[in-house]
Design a protein around this ligand. Sequence first.
Ligand code: GLN
Length: 227
Amino acid sequence: MSDKLIKIAYLYEDLMNTYGDSGDVKILSFLLKREGYDTQVDNISLGDQFNAFAYDFVFFGGGQDFEQTVVAKDLPRHKETLEKYINEDNPMLCICGGYQLMGSYYKTNSGVTIPGLDILPLHTVFKSDKRMIDDTRYITEWGEVKAFENHSGQTYFDNKDKLHPLGDMIEGYGNNPQDHVEGLRYRNFIGSYSHGPLLKNTNVANAIVKMIIKRHDERMKQTEPIK
Ligand code: GLN
């Protein structure tokens, strides 16, 4: 096992990949290469075995309602490993449809409720009268972010003490039209509605790179052979 190989799990890469979200993984691979690391990206798709602890980073991109319905049926198998992985401060990024599926449910346009993994106390409801499609700008702990959003799902936090937004809106909607906040930061989990891709904002990308390298160093220590 090479200590310079970063392992990335891309959840349902073949189904959840709208608006160029795979660019987030490509940008991370590029930045990690500059730090001297190679990356291996595994597509974890329908029916695949998955242990989050075998990875340094987990990515879950956006998808349309149909793909979300398909993925939601397979996803519960991974609840235990993902919940533990997130609660032990390991890094994960979820965009749009992926972000929605980490909450308790997503009620779609047709009135169907897609169950989420219920790892994070949030829920999403589709509102057909307001598609949030526009450029976005918001302020995060790492500075300003410029991106693009395209969703009808409105996301609400059910426990505002536990969950903190990723940013405060300057332009666009973010989670919903009422709260004026974008995304979620919980431990080293980031959820976001930003496409573009989000990590063209290198302030956020570099912060995630640091989280990944820290996680990788810890994982290598755990798997060091006994001398
Ligand atoms: N289908 C979801 C919505 O419209 C997510 C869309 C997306 O991932 N871009 O809210």
